[in-house]
Write a new protein. Sequence first.
Length: 308
Amino acid sequence: MAAMDAVQKRLFQEVADLHNIPEGAYNLRANGESIGRNTTANIDIQSKTDVSGIDIRIKDGTKNESVHIPVVLSQSGIKENVYNDFYIGEDCDVLIVAGCGIDNCGSQDSEHDGIHRFYIGKNSRIKYVEKHYGSGDGSGKRILNPATEVYMEEGSTMEMEMVQIKGVDSTERSTIAELKGDAKLIVRERLMTHGKQYAGSIYKVSLLGDGSSADVVSRSVARDDSYQKLDLCIIGDAACSGHTECDSIIMDNGRILAVPSLEANNIDAALVHEAAIGKIAGEQLIKLMTLGLTEAEAEEQIINGFLK
């Protein structure tokens, strides 16, 4: 295990809640290099030989285990593409924690583009947590462009928690998923932008098998002069159910564009989209201000509750 400085430790805490070396399998990456790795009897991690990244293989029947693969950048000017592939056996129940934190105190842009592919076996349950965080007072940008591909076999479940609430100047998130019969996908995205930040999220979910279902919900806040674009697409090719939701608050000069797309190719495909974009309701502020909060304090309390 390579030594970590104070900035790297703080970044690991922000993106993966790691205060110490995690239990179970892990691969910790800092400034373009692996600084620590552990495998278990059921979870193997190997470096790729053709590109930067790792292969994670989880044996059939693996339950109550975890994999942590966070990335941090604390040097200005680093740009990297990392490919991580997960091969998950049947009848598993595993927590996977990823995420990236960038601290940029320099004048050069720092960028991490992570491509994660999940191949989920029959009847397996996966919870996936991916947090993005940026800090540093340099003029260089903090850029994150994650791409996620999910391929789900019959009866599998994938729960994804995608969080970005501070410091990332530009992000383009792309997620595609293909679900076979009785597979279930749940996505909860939480996002806040400020200053002149930009965030784009694209979801394309294909429900291929009877009984498959998807529930994709994005909650976001756009402050200052920031801009967000959310593109939600569900394709129903079978007797399936799909739900997308965009629930957003705009403040100051913030802008949000929500683009829903539902494609039903089967008479028994039930697809629904909901959207609500607007400012914080005046009565919410007034109610909190009667308790002694200033308007700014009331706004922050509302936002914190909204993004939980």
